[in-house]
Ligand binder design. Structure first.
Ligand code: AMP
Ligand code: ZN
Ligand code: FE
Ligand code: FE
Length: 277
């Protein structure tokens, strides 16, 4: 059995339900060599995980998942090996989280306008300091009996083309890529099969994209093959992970994706190359 890693995991610092400590414990139990926490717009989870993992037999790779916009509003970019104390990154993420809070309020107001009443103050109270995302609203819709399962919240209300969708902060793919580079990291196109904007990948590669996420619960074998070829053609590295949120929905569970540790080694090579520029 090759050594395995999981490089796409969310915690309760954004829209996941597991704590950073839970993630480390699960990773250790599964014998993973490394994990990366890639919360939306926040790095406190990965900082906490790294300190909890000190002296333990598991590597923590610092990560982040940013939302970037262009033609469509929800393209996700993963950053790896970022400096979690990088001032510009930290300030930008703070701004994104403030916008997320206001956006959540707007979506709750839009829901109320169509007769769907969920209590935003309760959502904020239970989310604590977490970066607010649509999964927090999806859970409230489910608890309020407005939908019969989590995914239905997105189909009926919260999805990109749903009646209450509000976009997030605007940052272009090129701006996000260069921010991740300035923060000492590499930039990876997340779950391209889900995003379905393949034509943008080449453009993003020209803007300095370093990798493509190949292993993801929404990718089948054909997707993986297609994106692996594209990565080879564009000279990008391949990455992968479960996108675990510890929620029921379209996510996997930690360790599901069986990503060999060799991929992490190749990402590190790309990162070292990037440092030379
Ligand atoms: P947000 O960051 O608030 O835009 O929410 C995005 C997150 O919501 C994604 O990372 C997923 O966790 C979840 N999500 C988005 N669309 C769907 C969907 N159609 N079904 C289930 N979860 C979704
Ligand atoms: Zn998420
Ligand atoms: Fe994503
Ligand atoms: Fe994710």
């Amino acid at each position: 059995m090759p050594e395995l890693v999981d490089l796409h995991i969310h915690t309760n610092h954004s829209d996941g339900l597991q704590t950073p400590e839970d993630v480390i414990n699960s990773g250790m139990r599964l014998g993973l060599k490394a994990i990366s926490i890639t919360d939306h717009d926040v790095v406190s989870g990965v900082i906490e995980a790294a300190s909890y993992a000190e002296g333990k037999d598991i590597e923590v790779v610092s990560g982040i998942e940013l939302s970037v916009s262009k033609a469509k509003d929800d393209i996700h970019l993963l950053g790896y090996f970022i400096d979690t104390l990088h001032e510009e990154l930290v300030e930008t993420l703070e701004r994104f989280r403030r916008i997320r809070q206001e956006r959540g309020r707007k979506m709750v107001e839009r829901l109320a306008a169509i007769g769907v009443n969920i209590d935003y103050s309760k959502i904020l109270a239970s989310a604590g300091k977490a970066a607010i995302g649509r999964p927090h609203l999806a859970e409230a819709l489910l608890n309020g009996g407005y939908v019969s399962n989590y995914n239905e919240s997105f189909r009926k209300y919260l999805g990109l083309h749903g009646p209450v969708y509000v976009p997030k902060a605007k940052i272009s793919p090129a701006e996000a890529i260069s921010l991740l580079h300035r923060a000492g990291g590499i930039a990876v196109m997340a779950h391209p099969g889900l995003t379905n904007e393949d034509n943008m990948i080449e453009e993003m590669a020209a803007a300095g994209l370093d990798g493509i996420e190949i292993f993801h619960p929404t990718h089948n074998g054909t997707d993986r093959k297609r994106y692996r070829r594209l990565a080879e053609k564009l000279g990008l590295v391949c990455t992968g992970g479960s996108d675990s949120h510890n929620r029921k929905g379209r996510y996997g569970d930690i360790g599901d994706q069986k990503v060999p540790a060799d991929y992490l080694a190749m990402m590190k090579n790309a990162w070292h190359e990037r440092q030379k520029h």
